[in-house]
Write a protein that binds this ligand. Structure first.
Ligand code: ADP
Length: 464
C-alpha cells in the first residue's frame, strides 16, 4: 500500500508543479501583452511630471536640480540625468548596468520619449520587470537654461518588496505547507482502510474469517468495507457448512462400511466357488478403500481448521520410521522389496501421531509404486538449521509434470491402474509438514524411482 500512498503524494506535487508552471506562463502572457506597456506609460507620466517641475523650478541653473531629484529618488525611484554636453547625474539606488541603447539618445537630440521599460528584454519575460539596468527605464526630455537634458527613471525594485509583500510571501509559504501536509494526512486517511481490507483478504485465504475491520465511514470505502464484512460472514458460514458436511458424511459412511467389511470377511470364510470369492474380494477391497478415503477426508478437514490443536512432544522420528517399516514388513516381503536405512537417533519436537501418518503414507507409496524386487532407502541427516528425512525408492517413478502435481488433493497419476489409491495421502503429508513449519520436495524419474525430501526446522525441534 506504500506505493499507492507514494503515488498520491507524487501526483499532488506534480499537479502543484504543473499548476505553478501554467500560472507562470499565463501571468507572463498577461504581463507581456498588457501590464508591461501600462507600467511604461505610468512611469512616462511620472517622469514628465518631474521634468516639467524641473523646468519651472530651475529655469536658469541646472546645478540646483540635484537636491530636488535626490529627494524624489528617496520616494522610490532610480534616476539618471544626461545633459547635451555629456554631463551625467545618478540618484537613488545604483543601476546594475549603466547601458543605454542609441535610440535612448533621441530624448536629448529630438526631444522624443524613450520607452525602455516596454521594449526591455533585460530579463526572461516577466523577470525583466525586476531588472534594474539603465536601459530598463523610461526617458523624457527637459530643458534648463537652453540646455537639453534627458531624464531616465524606473521605480526602485527594493520598494516593490514592501512589508505587505513580505506578509503575502509568508502567507503563500504557510498555505503551501498546510495544504501539502493536508494532502499527506488525507492520503493516509484514505489509504489506511484499503490496507486493512488487503490484510483482511489475506486472513480469509488463511481461513480466518474474524479479522476485525473497524471501518465506520459513510463514503464508498465505507460501503466496500460493509460489503466485505457481509462477504466475510457468508464465507465463514459456507466454510463451516462445508466442513460439517464432510464431517457428517465421513462419519455416517464409516459404520455401514465397517458392516460391509465385516460381512465380506465372513463370506470369505464360507465355501464359495472361485468366481464368487473374487466378487467378495472386490467388495472387501472397495469398502476398505472407501473407508480409507473417509478417514483421510476427516483428517484433512480437521487439519484445515485454522488452529489445528497440535499435540507437540519429543518425538523420536528414527524409532517411528523403524516401527512403520516393521508394520509393513509383510507387504515388503510380499513384493520382495529390499529396505535399507540410516536412522541416527533423531528426537524432535513434533506431533507424534501426525508424523506417524507422514511416514506411513510415504512408505506405503514407496511400496505401492515400486517394482517387484525393487528397493527402498530411508535416511535421516541433521544440520544446524533442520533435520532432513529422505524416502527414496526404485519404483515406477513419474514425469516432471506428474511429480509437480502429487501434493494436490485427489491427484493420482494412474487412477485406473492402482485401484486402492485415493489421491489424498500426499496432500495430507504436505499439510502436516507445513503445520510443523517444514518443507517437502519430490524428485522423480520415470521407471527409475522417486525420492521425497522432508526438512523440519530446528527451531521447532528445540522449543519446549
Ligand atoms: P494415492 O492414494 O493415490 O497413493 P497419494 O496422494 O499418496 O495418493 O499420491 C498421489 C499420486 O502420486 C499417486 O496416485 C501416485 O501416482 C503418485 N506417487 C506417490 N508416491 C509415489 C512414488 N513413491 N512413486 C511413484 N509415484 C508416486
Amino acid at each position: 500500500m506504500k506505493t499507492l500512498y507514494r503515488k498520491f503524494i507524487i501526483a499532488t506535487l506534480l499537479i502543484l508543479g504543473i499548476s505553478i508552471i501554467i500560472a507562470f506562463i499565463l501571468a507572463n502572457w498577461v504581463y507581456m501583452t498588457s501590464t508591461k506597456g501600462r507600467i511604461d506609460r505610468q512611469n512616462v507620466i511620472i517622469a514628465e511630471e518631474m521634468a516639467s517641475s524641473l523646468q519651472q523650478m530651475h529655469s536658469t541653473s541646472h546645478v540646483s536640480f540635484v537636491a530636488y531629484l535626490d529627494s524624489v529618488s528617496k520616494l522610490g525611484y532610480q534616476i539618471y540625468v544626461l545633459s547635451e554636453s555629456g554631463e551625467e547625474f545618478f540618484f537613488g539606488e545604483p543601476f546594475s548596468k549603466k547601458n543605454l541603447p542609441p535610440e535612448a539618445m533621441s530624448v536629448i537630440k529630438d526631444k522624443e520619449i524613450y520607452h525602455g521599460m516596454d521594449l526591455s528584454n533585460a530579463g526572461w519575460m516577466m523577470m525583466s520587470h525586476f531588472s534594474n539596468q539603465l536601459d530598463n527605464t523610461v526617458g523624457v526630455p527637459f530643458t534648463i537654461a537652453d540646455e537639453n537634458f534627458g531624464l531616465y527613471l524606473r521605480p526602485n525594485n527594493k520598494l516593490l518588496f514592501s512589508d505587505v509583500h513580505v506578509i503575502f510571501a509568508w502567507f503563500f509559504v504557510a498555505v503551501s505547507i498546510v495544504s501539502i501536509s493536508g494532502v499527506i494526512w488525507f492520503a493516509k486517511h484514505l489509504i489506511k482502510p484499503i490496507t486493512k481490507l488487503t490484510e483482511a483478504t489475506r486472513e480469509i485465504t488463511r481461513e480466518n474469517f474474524n479479522f476485525p475491520l473497524n471501518i465506520y465511514r459513510k463514503d464508498e470505502i465505507g460501503q466496500l468495507a460493509e460489503s466485505f464484512g457481509i462477504m466475510q460472514t457468508q464465507l465463514q458460514h459456507n466454510d463451516e457448512a462445508r466442513k460439517s458436511f464432510i464431517n457428517n458424511v465421513s462419519h455416517d459412511f464409516q459404520s455401514p462400511l465397517m458392516n460391509i467389511q465385516g460381512y465380506a470377511e465372513l463370506l470369505k470364510t464360507q465355501k464359495l466357488d472361485e468366481e464368487h470369492l473374487e466378487y467378495v474380494e472386490i467388495i472387501d477391497q472397495e469398502s476398505k478403500r472407501l473407508s480409507n478415503l473417509t478417514k483421510q477426508l476427516l483428517l484433512l478437514t480437521s487439519l484445515d481448521q485454522k488452529s489445528y490443536p497440535m499435540k507437540l512432544g519429543v518425538t523420536r522420528i528414527d524409532t517411528q520410521i523403524k516401527e512403520t517399516v516393521r508394520r509393513h514388513q509383510w507387504r515388503l516381503e510380499e513384493k520382495e522389496i529390499e529396505i535399507s536405512y540410516q536412522l541416527p537417533p533423531s528426537p524432535i519436537q513434533a506431533d507424534p501421531e501426525l508424523l506417524m501418518t507422514v511416514w506411513d503414507n510415504l512408505l506405503t507409496n514407496a511400496i505401492k509404486y515400486n517394482q517387484n524386487g525393487g528397493s527402498i532407502f530411508i535416511k535421516i541427516t541433521q544440520n544446524d538449521d533442520y533435520t532432513a528425512i529422505i524416502f527414496k525408492d526404485t519404483g515406477i517413478g513419474m514425469t516432471e509434470e506428474q511429480a509437480s502435481k502429487v501434493f494436490e488433493r485427489f491427484y493420482r497419476v494412474d487412477a485406473a491402474r492402482k485401484k486402492d489409491g485415493t489421491g489424498l495421502g500426499l496432500s495430507i503429508v504436505k499439510h502436516i509438514i507445513e503445520l510443523h513449519d517444514g518443507t517437502i520436495e519430490v524428485e522423480s524419474e520415470i521407471q527409475m524411482g522417486t525420492s521425497f525430501t522432508i526438512k523440519l526446522p530446528i527451531e521447532k525441534q528445540t522449543e519446549e
